[in-house]
Design a protein around this ligand. Structure first.
Ligand code: C2E
Ligand code: MG
Ligand code: MG
Length: 428
């Protein structure tokens, strides 16, 4: 039976400690992370004196509801005593995401409370300790979390602190980046660049890959690897990804309308995008809006993603394929490749990762791998693009091995939409 706090019906300290001990055992076994958050209201005693216990009881009840509403079912929220709450987060991949939860809790406190026609304002302080970083046992984590809470109070309240200032800084930096990315979306600061792919049979342009850049008003052009992984962690990638898709399809249709020969435009899909339930609907809507023939849209999915949950991915890929688009496996060769999925998945192209191409043609091992990938793919009816091609020798080697297309600085760097047309053929 779970023992609860009489006021809020949340688990009490005894239940919380039990749950934490259980979770610690499991986290130790599975090598996963845990976070313990201690949440304490600021100036609660004064509030109690000013408004009386009826108001503060109502406030704690309302507060526990607000907290509960923003947590996952697997998170354990407890009401320890008075104005003190505790939260246990399990199965964490990144400590940075804890900051996100702490921020949400602080926001939930900051919304004014209306009690007995009185408006009450509240702030809280949060201490955070994590397993395994801060200790192995409940006692160690409790001691550290109390220290961290003390630091948060010392900062003046209304903030969260990890046990190490460095972790707090990282979390703040991460949150700032998220806010800046949201602003970038609203202010239209993202730009699409396009990198050509050269067909080794016709030596003509066979398509372009759309690559996002962030044109920051102060810092200038920012590379995707600096912000896409963070956007992926918080889910903001879904909005950025939809913008990317829309922008690439729009640009592609605009080139056609200007009289250039239609070419395929490739758009990268991140793991979260691939798994979002609305993906097919979004791609369909974007294609409709832009009036782009689906065969000119290629979706690139990284090999790592494809191998995540093969049955599910296969289902999604078939759904996309039914829209008439083509599919590529990006960064091929560096993941845990299982050759059978090349046979089973509806894939048109594999893009050999640049790490194999870099040392060609001299490195005999990478040459052997590249040749083997080309042969295997061709026998399965799949086309091959080599990425990161930087020298003429590499182009020659790849052409000799019958690689279908090459992409890389040797052909061209990624260029803004207006500049890429110089490489296109006019047919009208
Ligand atoms: P990717 O899809 O594998 O894209 C290829 C990357 O290699 C690009 O980096 C490109 O500029 C770079 N590259 C091309 N040719 C060469 C070369 O000859 N030498 C070298 N050293 N590099 C070359 P970029 O634009 O910085 O993008 C990095 C990654 O960020 C992409 O890897 C992709 O995974 C991701 N990304 C870019 N745009 C988007 C986007 O719109 N959505 C999503 N989800 N991911 C994106
Ligand atoms: Mg790509
Ligand atoms: Mg790639």
């Amino acid at each position: 039976m779970i023992e609860t706090n009489a006021l809020t019906s949340l688990p009490n300290r005894i239940s919380f400690n039990e749950a934490t001990n259980k979770a610690l055992l499991q986290a130790g076994r599975n090598n996963t992370m845990l976070a313990l958050l201690l949440i304490d209201m600021d100036h609660f005693q004064e509030l109690k004196q000013a408004h009386g216990p009826t108001v503060t009881h109502g406030l704690l009840e309302e507060l526990s509801k607000r907290f509960r509403a923003l947590l996952r079912a697997s998170d354990t929220l407890a009401h320890l005593e008075n104005d003190e709450f505790a939260l246990l987060l399990t199965d964490l991949e990144q400590t940075k995401l804890i900051g996100l939860v702490a921020e949400k809790l602080l926001k939930a406190c900051a919304e004014p409370f209306k009690l007995n026609s009185e408006e009450v304002l509240l702030t809280a302080s949060i201490g955070i300790s994590t397993f395994p970083n801060d200790g192995q046992t409940l006692e160690e984590l409790q001691k550290k979390v109390a220290d961290a809470l003390y630091q948060a109070k010392k900062q003046g309240g209304n903030n969260y602190q990890f046990t190490l200032p460095q972790m707090t800084l990282e979390a703040h930096h991460f949150m700032k980046l998220q806010a800046a990315l949201r602003e970038a979306l609203n202010n239209n600061e993202f730009r699409m660049y396009y990198q050509p792919k050269l067909d080794l049979k016709t030596w003509g342009l066979s398509g372009v890959e759309a690559l996002i850049r962030w044109e920051h008003p102060t810092y200038g052009l920012i590379d995707p690897l600096k912000f896409i992984p963070s956007a992926e962690e918080t889910g903001l990638i879904l909005q950025i990804g939809e913008w990317t898709l829309r922008e690439a399809c729009r640009a592609s249709m605009a080139w056609q309308n200007k009289g250039y020969q239609p070419i395929s435009v490739a758009v990268n899909l991140s793991p979260k995008q691939l798994y979002q339930p609305e993906l097919i609907k979004i791609v369909k809507a974007v294609l409709n809006e832009s009036a782009l023939d689906p065969r000119y849209l290629d979706l690139e999915i990284a090999e790592m993603t494809v191998m995540d949950d093969t049955e599910k991915v296969n289902h999604i890929l078939h759904g996309l394929k039914n829209l008439g688009v083509t599919l590529s496996v990006d960064d091929f060769g560096i993941g845990h490749t299982s050759i059978s999925y090349l046979r089973d998945f509806p894939i048109n192209t594999v893009k050999i990762d640049q790490s194999f191409i870099k040392s060609l043609p001299l490195d005999p091992k990478n040459a052997a791998i590249t040749t083997a990938i080309i042969t295997l793919a061709h026998q399965l009816g799949i086309k091959v693009v080599a990425e990161g091609v930087e020298t003429m020798e590499q182009v020659k080697f790849l052409a000799d091995q019958h690689c279908d297309q090459v992409q890389g600085y040797f052909i061209s760097r990624p260029l803004p939409a207006a500049k890429i047309v110089a490489q296109m053929t006019r047919i009208k």
